[in-house]
Design a protein. Sequence first.
Length: 262
Amino acid sequence: MKIDIVTIFPEFFRGPLDHGIIRRAREAGLAAIEVHDLRAFAHDRHKTVDDRPFGGGEGMVLKPEPIFECIEALGVVSREGRSDAGQSVVLLSAQGKRFDQSLADELAGLERMVLICGRYEGVDERVGQYLADRELSIGDYVLSGGELGAAVIVDCVTRLIPGAVGNQASTQQESFTTFSQARDGNGPSSTCTSGGLLDYPHYTRPADFRGMGVPEVLASGNHEEIRRWRRRTALEKTLRNRPDLLDRAALSVEDRKLLGER
Ligand code: SAM
């Protein structure tokens, strides 16, 4: 997959792209990630990329010309043909559709994704109207720039590219992953896909840490008991922290029974 990031702060990405799964995916040729300095597409000697807003008001707005010219220079196909061509131009915006695991899954299936990072009061609206085919927000809060959002999206998407994570089955069993997204590799019978809920609790050695123990069932060797415990605790945690997910999840008869057993 090819990922292009357009920003006025290219150095920002030195850290996020150079560690762990993203670094390995880049080195393995699974993800080719390039960061483009928007100021390289400014025409004046001050490399101006922003201007005052029409109509007055606070702050500055990123101008359309450098952004359009940058995307054109990348050779991305026109807005109309993009989904056929497996490409997407994404504008990071607090006003965008909320990014989530199912969108990450959809983006991971693309051949190419371009991420445009806004700054200041935002980006000239024509970028969202005529250039980008998606506007995505990473949550209901306002960041000072799109760079953190782009790093979040690159991270989530890259780890879903087949081969990026050593044990691909682990990405199928995590929080928010729906049954339809969990394509294969269910792992041992004691593990379970979250089915759109939160993941089950994980423990590792030591079994006794400062008097804090590990649930006995996990050392029982009884895979069916462990699976049931994991499912019940995932349901409980979801009920406690994210009841909204329970409303949307397709709960089985067993799930309802496990919730009732609390
Ligand atoms: N005036 C805008 C508003 O009220 O919606 C906020 C602009 S924000 C200070 C500057 C840039 O940060 C935005 O253009 C966008 O690229 C990025 N940004 C801010 N919050 C974001 C979020 N929740 N998700 C993604 N990008 C965000």
